[in-house]
Design a protein around this ligand. Sequence first.
Ligand code: PEP
Ligand code: MG
Length: 595
Amino acid sequence: MTTGSREELTPKEVVLEGIGVSPGVGIGPAFILSDDKEQPVERAIIDRDVPREIARFEEAIMTTRHQIKEIQEGLTDAIGQTDASILDAHLMVLDDRSFIEDVIVGLKKQLKNVETVVRLVAKKYADALSKVDDEYLRERAADIKDVARRILRNLHGDTYDLSVVLEHKSLVVARDLAPSEIAALRNDRVVGIATDLGSRTSHTAIMARSLEIPAVMALRDVSTRVFSGDQVLIDGNKGLLIISPTEERLQAYGQVVKAREHIRSELAGLRDEPAETKDGHRIVLSANIELPDDVDAALEHGANGVGLFRSEYLYLTREVLPSEDEQARAYGEVARRFESKPVIIRTLDLGGDKIGTAFQIPRERNPFMGWRAIRFCLSHPAIFKTQLKAILRASHEGNVKLMYPMITSVEEVVDANAILEEAKAELSAAGVPFDGGMEVGVMIETPSAALTADTIAPHVNFFSLGSNDLIQYTLAVDRGNEQIANLYKPTHPAIIKLIQHTIDVGHQYGIWVGLCGEMAADPLLTPLLLGLKIDELSVTPPALPMVKDAIRSLDYPAAQELAAAALSGKSAEHVIDLCRETIARTAPEILELVR
Ligand code: PEP
Ligand code: MG
């Protein structure tokens, strides 16, 4: 590793090592994204701008009031009037004349943009309240901060929109990024992402892969080492970030990119070919999508359907919950575009690292083991039923299937199915059409669900293995923690045994078994999963051609032999070596893309 000093006139190349989480090479000037997205850019204004800033402030106040009222109504339905009244305190802040007057006076006196003034006034109030010797008033400090954050977000627009902040193509460098924030990176000015924290199966990393933005995480202190405007190169395959790359380095990478593009364009030719082995064993190869916009990429790469629609992204970037109509439109659009091909919509998987601003979820000490997914839905039946009705309505428009996330026992499946039946009855009573035979499945992503798959199978039509969570819960390794990323081993013998057990039980009960975690998108693991008799693989759209190539280059009996050897193998490393050797023999071009 080389190091360099900033004092030198000609910048020296500096190489930092992290974890490559989204393949590809990104080159561009760095843009350092502040840790505090609510920390507005401070701008001076002139007298003439004051009325415009006041008008923006008033509009943001109105929008904020409307949003809080909507959230309150949703909460009243879900948790009752008494608990929902906690938001009255937020509405009171918005009606507080002295707060509003202070902002207006501050604008005139300080001649700064309204974002800056709101932040300063809110801070003044919150600081004063937090020092008061009265618990009730001290708690109001948190309300003021919360409301100010909402006002600031509304001043920025719906989300923190990088297309506004980024003037030209840039490589975004941050300490950390939340999955809801990466949704705002959906624009062609972002040529790469580099963060101090994070790991391969964090939802932010998964999103970067699906957006085809090269990304390197776990770079420790990159956000303080790189300055905005520094020329930076990232290698998302090897997990490198290079500050001020040399001319030779740039040329070498130019060659690598060219060679990979050539292979990719060859693989694109497989788009309409079936996902079947050389000897004719066919599986379903589907795409994982986060938002309806991802359908284009999925179809372009030849997806056989959608194996996982992470519906929570419809909620994550929003200040208010999406209505039944809005959800029905979004799901229906995806279902129509896939015509008769299956579209599996996963019900809200909120919590863990996916927290939306529309929900009042308290900070948890162990969020991945906390109030997540089906647990949250079963305790908010009104929110859950709204989604179930929207999914049922979409089932009339195509081949829709539904699945529940984070199941740990059969009781949860029974309870969820009961709410589904209520949703069906209500739609029927209202004369709304839906597919009465819509398939219902569960994600097998906890060891308890895998080990009790025989009790769950009679209640569902399919299983979909969620290896991302299954690995984290089985090996006790937080999927987003870079410090222990070396312990996150998809080919650990315990994982292979749980996958095999789930597939065998599913088949005994006559239901199909898929896998939609990131293991499915790693072409090196395709021989193993095929050999374990998986029926469906669902992967991020850009990985579709590689995985299809891997499937088409294999013989089914050879894959089964490999799986048998893996099952008797003693170490994760041994299994990965077996897989790599197989792919090196059958589809060596893939190695060029993954290393
Ligand atoms: C999984 O856990 O493998 C999965 C597909 O779900 P998510 O990554 O959204 O948790
Ligand atoms: Mg999961």
